[in-house]
Design a protein around this ligand. Structure first.
Ligand code: RAM
Length: 929
């Protein structure tokens, strides 16, 4: 097994500094640092990593003023006891005189298989020295393929009588069990598990971990994720039992078998497991999967299929199957099966979890025993049900996003996904049930056959997505903007499925690259998604063909290698996003070669002698039809490939590559990117510029791309921008006419060119086409199509995020003024230059960056604006205040002057005063202009 260096391992030590000797100076009006409590918190699953040089990050917390780290010392020890002696037997960095507090690479003794590492840090700052932080921890996994050699992959490579293998496969879940005796007192025990497609793990009847639908999906021909759990508390001296249930997930799926270029199936579910037990006396034993494990597929989960649903027959339950002493009469022995082809590797991104619960808002009767339950929100996950009735009674749950006029479920936009869960009662006491191996995208549930009268209190919606923290908050005085933000949150969260999928409901649910190119940046302000996107970049890199081609979907469950700039090019945009937002340079290093190779492949195959990139696939995907009448019944699946789009992106990517090269010491590559860029730019203008002052067909997207990528000659800029504005204001009467591509550049380009007001108008429209139009029509998420209420159902998801474009980016960067500085990425320096738009009374936002929480809250009080800002410790901000002079600005009602917080004050010619702020809290007031 190769050791992947591409995973980031971020350990945050959240320390409230407790140095009594060196109390931090208090901010002007900031809160005092909490000196009583030194707190450390892990923000990532630390078990079983496989990077040889993990990276450590810590945060200096507290609102004290002007804190800058000047040095740090990290200790890493093999035990807590050693660490408590302030010794680092694995690594003692010594005092390192550096500001760096993120992505510090472990540089100690080589890390071994399954080693435990405990670490802590102390820092020296401009305002004093901290104590040692609380200890934090990680463990190494099984890093080498060789260490799996005596462990067998087990399963059963066949279907059973009650199964059906077809497009609509019905394959029952597989149950495995193993009993063993642990004859001594246990010190520590860890399970290392690869359970494909999906697993649930039990020790002595207890479910291990709160993950669901684990592990995260990959292209199992390339890589298979290992999950690791500390089970010391669940094992006991004496008899023990391990139980594992395997579901199908993306591993066993025949769902795409009607399209030859889609992956049919990876095979029947299978697993490999090692349980390492260490006894108190120092002796060790390993329990492994082999043919001694008991197996049955004749349990209660009769079928589970991501798209079609799960069926559970409670009469087939096997009480005690995962406890010692169970009678395995009727069970088989597991068979030794072929291992999957992929590399075995640690899972560094979190699994999914039940992240929230929803109470339904209503239930209504359709007829006899058919009811419709309304969750009040288009959500992703499943339904938990309480039911009491007779043995053999069946409750059928069918899911949909909306209702037809007659009150029945609208299922045509799900295509042939059956999304039906069926529960058969065992009878007697109240029964509790929810599925294990499926998820649905739904607001409404049709309930059939529920014994008695169902009421809302019998059901709970379980919201399921990756265990990722919400790190952003955003609110303004405008209800449309706020509601769109809420809808976006629901849509983005629900579509995180160990990879970002396009939609959660129909027979698709694919990780389409183009849907996230700019969206991922907006999402990063809201969600701590860096590990997820780093995993996805790995998926994309793994899916690259030897010739250099990158697919439109990765992992390439659908093998669309259609070759275009915009979908595969998402790889570059997300690498850039990860670098900008989290300061992670490793992600550039790990992917540089792949990105370069892809661009060469595209150039050699598709660039003509005039530097025009001739190949595109989707064009400006999903542009709004001109009117809602014209849109009615229209199929949106129309491709209009555009050489203008592909050539513009080709130029943009030359820029990105030059930037990447400069970040990782590949400067010798830069002249080539620049030279090609110069040619492309000239060709682009020769071919697509019309001297009337627009590009291509004068579509919004044509002009937007030219402006956003810096392709427009200086003396044409105003004209081109005027053309863009004219299209919006005159032709579109204040609306957009962009699809997935143009919308990614729309809001920022308008704002950068001085028309934040027009961006605001587009952002708050309630008429077609707009995000507000979706709200107007009852949307609680974001639609796939601008005309989602009338479109042909064959491609019309009500929970897609691709049309968000750069809207969320604009919310944070331009309305709130929280933007990462490319020169000091990861919010080491924050660029704060909000548009104090006339139509808004306030904007209140925050983002928990890798340095800590950044906040920006501006509010208009009559003729004055008050702007409160928080800059986290060890970070700085460059703040732009629209004021005619410095005198008219105050901070906490005092005159603005240089201090240990305000490092610099500059009046600029652009009518803004520029301040350089150190960490701490600020409250500026200044008159509205
Ligand atoms: C459809 C979906 C998806 C998009 C592709 C091109 O399947 O709209 O989100 O990326 O087309």
């Amino acid at each position: 097994m190769t050791i992947s260096k591409s995973f980031i391992f971020i350990l945050f030590v959240l320390g409230y500094f407790a140095s009594v000797n060196f109390p931090f100076e208090q901010g002007t009006e900031g809160e005092a640092v909490d000196l009583s409590n030194l707190k450390v918190e892990m923000l990532t699953n630390p078990e079983g990593i496989d990077v040889l040089r993990p990276r450590l990050s810590w945060q200096l917390q507290g609102d004290a003023a002007g804190i800058k780290q000047t040095a740090y010392q990290v200790l890493v020890a093999s035990s807590l006891e050693i660490l408590a002696q302030n010794e680092g037997d694995l690594w003692n960095s010594g005092k390192v005189e550096e500001e760096t507090s993120i992505h510090v690479k472990y540089d100690g003794k080589p890390l071994q298989n399954r080693m435990e590492a405990y670490w802590k840090v102390r820092v020296w700052t401009s305002s004093g020295e901290s104590n040692w932080s609380e200890p934090s921890h990680w463990s190494m996994g099984i890093m080498y393929y060789n260490d799996w050699k005596s462990t067998r992959w087990i399963g059963m490579d066949r279907a059973f009588d009650w199964d059906e293998v077809s497009t609509f496969s019905r394959l029952s879940a597989r149950y495995f069990r193993k009993e063993f005796n642990a004859n001594k007192e246990i010190k520590q025990a860890k399970v290392h598990l690869m359970g494909l497609g999906l697993y649930e793990l039990y020790i002595n009847g207890e479910k291990i971990g709160d993950q669901v639908l684990a592990p995260v999906p990959t292209d199992y021909n390339h890589n298979v994720k290992i999950n690791v759990f500390d089970v010391s508390d669940q094992l006991r001296q004496g008899e023990n039992a391990i139980g594992v249930i395997l579901g199908n997930g993306r591993f066993f799926t025949m769902r795409q078998d009607y399209k030859p270029y889609k992956i049919k199936t990876f095979g029947f579910p299978k697993m490999a497991l090692q349980l390492h037990i260490e006894y108190l006396d120092g002796s060790k034993v390993v329990i492994r999967t082999d043919e001694s494990w008991d197996f049955t597929a004749d349990g209660p989960i009769r079928t589970n299929n991501e798209y079609d649903g799960e069926e559970y027959d409670a009469r087939k339950e096997m009480p005690g199957w995962n406890l010692p002493g169970f009678d395995t009469d009727g069970w088989l022995k597991a068979s030794y099966v072929q291992e999957p082809e992929g590399t075995f590797e640690a899972q560094m991104t979190p699994n999914m979890k039940i992240m929230g619960e929803l109470k339904p808002i209503g239930i209504s009767k359709l007829e006899q025993d058919r009811y419709i339950l309304d969750m009040g929100q288009n959500m992703v996950g499943w339904l938990h049900m309480k039911v009491r009735g007779n043995q053999g009674q069946k409750v059928t749950l069918r899911f949909a996003e909306s209702l037809k006029e007659d009150g029945e479920l609208f299922v045509r936009n799900l295509r042939d996904a059956k999304v039906t869960d069926i529960y058969t009662l065992k009878g007697g006491e109240e029964e509790d049930w929810e599925p294990k191996f499926v998820y649905h995208g739904f607001r409404y549930v049709e309930i059939t056959g529920y014994p008695g009268t169902p009421s809302v209190t019998d059901f709970t919606g379980k919201m399921v997505y990756d265990d990722i923290k919400t790190v952003g908050s955003f609110e303004t005085s405008d209800p449309t903007i706020n509601q769109i933000y809420q809808n976006s949150w629901w849509g983005i969260a629900g579509n995180y499925k160990g990879m970002p999928v396009d939609c959660p409901q129909r027979n698709e649910r694919q990780p389409w690259l183009g849907d996230r190119s700019t969206g991922a940046l907006g999402e990063n302000f809201m969600f701590d998604n860096a590990r997820l996107y780093t995993k996805w970049i790995d998926d994309i890199r793994y899916s690259q063909r030897a010739d250099g081609s990158i697919p439109d979907v990765a992992p390439a469950f659908w093998r669309y290698y259609s070759d275009n700039m915009t979908w595969p090019g998402t790889m570059l945009m997300i690498v850039d996003m990860l670098y900008q937002q989290t300061g992670d340079v490793q992600v550039i290093e790990d992917n540089y070669q792949a990105m370069k190779k892809w661009l060469e492949y595209m150039r050699i195959n598709y660039m003509d002698e005039n530097y025009i990139l001739t190949k595109d696939s989707y064009g400006d995907w999903c542009v709004p039809p001109p009117t809602i009448e014209a849109a009615t019944g229209q199929n949106a699946d129309v491709k209009n490939p555009s050489k203008l789009i592909s050539t513009a992106y080709h130029y943009y990517f030359m820029d990105l590559m030059a930037d990447f090269a400069s970040r990782i010491g590949r400067e010798p590559d830069i002249p080539e990117y620049r030279a090609l860029g110069t040619h492309i730019k000239a060709a682009f203008n020769d071919t697509f510029y019309n001297k009337m002052g627009y590009y291509g067909d004068n579509k919004m997207t044509d002009n937007l791309l030219a402006l956003a990528f810096g392709l427009v000659n200086e003396n044409h800029k105003q004209k081109v921008f005027n053309s863009l504005v004219e299209t919006i204001e005159v032709e579109n009467k204040g609306h957009l006419s962009t699809g997935v591509i143009g919308t990614q550049w729309l809001m920022r380009t308008l704002t950068q060119n001085g028309r934040a007001d027009l961006a605001f108008r587009i952002a708050t429209n309630r008429t077609y086409p707009s995000w507000g139009y979706m709200l107007e029509n009852g949307a609680t998420t974001i639609w796939e199509l601008w005309h989602g209420n009338v479109a042909n159902p064959s491609m019309n998801s009500q929970n897609h995020v691709m049309l968000l474009g750069d809207l969320i980016v604009w919310y944070y960067e331009n309305l709130a003024g929280i933007k990462a500085d490319p020169a000091n990425p990861g919010f080491k320096n924050i660029l704060m230059d909000p548009s104090f738009i006339d139509q808004l009374d306030f904007v209140k936002a925050s983002h928990e960056s890798i340095y800590g929480k950044i906040s920006s809250h501006w509010i208009k009080n009559g003729t004055e604006i008050q702007w409160d800002i928080t800059v986290p410790a060890n970070a700085t901000a460059e703040v732009f205040i629209p004021a005619k002079d410095v005198k008219s600005i105050s901070n906490y009602k005092k005159r603005l002057e240089k201090s240990n917080q305000i490092a610099d004050i500059q009046s600029s010619k652009t009518g803004k005063v520029k301040l350089k702020l150190m960490s701490g809290k600020y409250s500026f007031s200044f008159p509205t202009l």
